[in-house]
Design a protein around this ligand. Sequence first.
Ligand SMILES: [Zn+2]
Length: 301
Amino acid sequence: MHLPPLRPLAPPTPEEAAREQRRRGQGALEGMIDAHVHLFPQPLFAALHRWFDTNAWHIAFRGTSEEAIAHLQQNGVARMVALVFAHKPGASRSLNRYLAQLAAAESAIIGVGTVLPGEPDARAIVKEAIDVHGLRGIKLHCHVQRVAIDDPATLDVLAACQELGVPAVVHAGREPASAAYGVDCHAICNVSRTRRVLQQLPELKLVVPHIGADEYSDYLDLCDEFPHLYLDTAMACADYFTDALDWAQLERHADRVLYGTDFPIVPYEMGRERTVLARRIVDDTAFAQIAGGNAARLWGV
Ligand SMILES: [Zn+2]
């Protein structure tokens, strides 16, 4: 995927402007559930800033986790699904404890822990995250963790999620790829691998971020095969990526699409994705499902 320089949003068409204005007037952009937010200890955020500045995009918001939570709340987000991910063995437990503490202090947070597939005690780490720390699911990132979604080590973690009845959020899409991950993102990620996992774990509640970028259409079709598959919009609906997303197809699958931003690891202000959705999603029921209805059902809030 070609990452373009950040441009302001294109002006809306008259119909889009009217839709956005009406929804803002109705308060439909308030009280949303952001299904994809990242909270990290400050040293890890600093490392992420350095990595993204060098290899991807300039992260606009540079505050702490507490400042990010406050920023989202001040901007109308009622609840946020907070994700962490571990990039090396032995890091998961402390990240999960960190996130559990934040979630205990702020009820708006739905905390989702992590584990590195194949690390020692992986299953025990998952069970502790859920049963001891009260986290609500497990996040994996195939690029950062350099592992395919259908790798036996990943399948073991996902099987544990299925057994515990908690959702797994897995960055299983090919994009945004970077050589700096040290793995061929396109080789280890594709929709066929995800289909194989869902065939093996039919009860698994799986969220694939970024509408499965850049296999958007195939991932939306996959929702027809698997009733527990969800896709979040993070960065895919912000008019930043330049590849094509079929908005009509997205809207036909509105019962599986979760509003999510990837805040604060984004190069623009947090409201950008919400504005685009408010303009482009035609049907009000579909908009309400994406804005929070689906997330409330999936995460039990
Ligand atoms: Zn993310």
